[in-house]
Design a protein around this ligand. Sequence first.
Ligand code: FES
Ligand code: FES
Length: 169
Amino acid sequence: MHAQLAAHSQMSSTFDLSINGRPVRVSADAQATLLDVLRNELGLRAARFGCGLEQCGACMVLVDAEPVYACTRLVSTLAGKEVVTIEGLAEDGSLEPLRQAFLAEQAGQCGFCLSGILVSAKALLDRNPAPSRAEIAAALDQNLCRCGAHNRIIRAVQRAASTKRGVPA
Ligand code: FES
Ligand code: FES
């Protein structure tokens, strides 16, 4: 079933997207970003607007299982692509090992960066179940944490990887 959303300008076009496994039809300006549509049209506000310039990673979501910056990705480029947000990962349960590990390590202060970081970490663990510390740091290189919680964040990703492999953290 499609969610039909109202047009917001005379220049709007209609885009058929797949968001968190569901088909969604949106009306948006051709220059609208994925982050605009997620937050302002679809009410999916976990991905954050930080810089708008591909510099902080607060807006990260998965497109065809790869982390992308939603702040600059145009919604017009997403036909036939699978978009997954942190809400979708929470809904299907696949975020749970990371969520538990971040809680256990108290990895984060304000939390502004965490949606993007969890998206990047999830993509990493899906392609590499046993990453080294250096591999985790490299995978999170596009995600900034202004609170400086990086060491705890890396420990949390290591813990989640161990948990998923059934190895004591
Ligand atoms: S808001 Fe997208 S990278 Fe900063
Ligand atoms: S926990 Fe505050 S920006 Fe990362």
